[in-house]
Write a protein that binds this ligand. Structure first.
Ligand SMILES: C[S@@+](CC[C@H](N)C(=O)[O-])C[C@H]1O[C@@H](n2cnc3c(N)ncnc32)[C@H](O)[C@@H]1O
Length: 235
């Protein structure tokens, strides 16, 4: 024998039940992992790992070839690089005066030791960087797609453009994606520059000599060069 069917819930009660169910589902869902890009890099260097495959081998040579030629051709006198890394890429550079800035203390210490014989090179932890420092050319090489947090990306881009008196060179991918890995979030940074730094003109883009090939990810890259110049009205 079955009892009488339960009376249907009034619609306000159905809404309440739906809302409770969705709240419970939200509470039970595992929280997305907290991302801290600075901690990621410090941990990585402290574990004895490197800046990554883009700073070694033929990709590093491609980057250095373009940058050294650019610095010579435009008689660039001073450079600040934001996200200077372990110094492997920098070993191929021919720069007249250089400041490397990085969030990872271990990478800064490594570079100070590696370039101790270069009085024209110095290194500084990102949170100790003097925001009034300026250079003719500022560099961002293989960094932007590692800026996973929006507020970190925003602050980094302002710092990169604020510090330049002539040129900014970015070597990065330039597409918008969701977080692709714990330390990878590709960004359409050219849109940010168009919106926020109209005083800079994009004067040159150079496609990678070794465009990304999933069959050979270590020796190919999604990054290309983007060269910005401060416009005449900008100073
Ligand atoms: C892939 S490595 C590239 C190193 C170097 N630019 C090169 O091309 O060899 C990325 C570097 O950016 C640094 N980095 C990440 N976030 C940063 C930030 N917000 N400011 C400065 N450096 C950052 C990391 O610590 C790491 O050394």
């Amino acid at each position: 024998m079955t009892g009488p069917a339960p009376a249907p819930l009034p619609s306000s009660a159905r809404q309440l039940a739906r809302s409770l169910r969705s709240r419970i589902a939200r509470l039970l869902r595992p929280a997305p992992p907290k991302v801290d890009s600075a901690a990621y890099w410090e941990d990585r260097y402290r574990a004895g790992l490197t800046s990554g495959t883009g700073s070694y081998g033929r990709l590093a040579r491609f980057k250095a070839e373009f940058l050294n030629a650019f610095v010579a051709e435009h008689e660039v006198g001073s450079i600040i690089e934001f996200g200077s890394g372990d110094g492997a890429q920098l070993e191929l550079a021919q720069y007249p005066a250089y400041v490397g800035v990085d969030v990872a203390e271990t990478a800064i210490q490594e570079c100070r030791a590696k370039f101790a014989d270069k009085p024209n090179y110095s290194f500084c932890k990102a949170d100790e960087f003097d925001p009034s420092s300026r250079a003719e050319l500022t560099l961002s090489l293989d960094v932007i797609y590692h800026l996973v947090e929006d507020e970190v990306f925003e602050a980094y881009m302002h710092q990169l453009f604020d510090a330049s008196t002539r040129f900014v060179i970015i070597y990065s991918s330039n597409t918008d994606d969701e977080v692709a890995a714990a330390h990878v979030r590709r960004r359409l940074f050219t849109d940010w520059v168009s919106r926020n730094r109209r005083d800079f003109d994009l004067i040159q883009t150079v496609p990678n000599r070794y465009p990304f090939d999933p069959a050979d990810p270590e020796n190919t890259s999604q990054a290309d060069f983007y060269v910005y110049r401060l416009g005449q009205s900008g100073g």
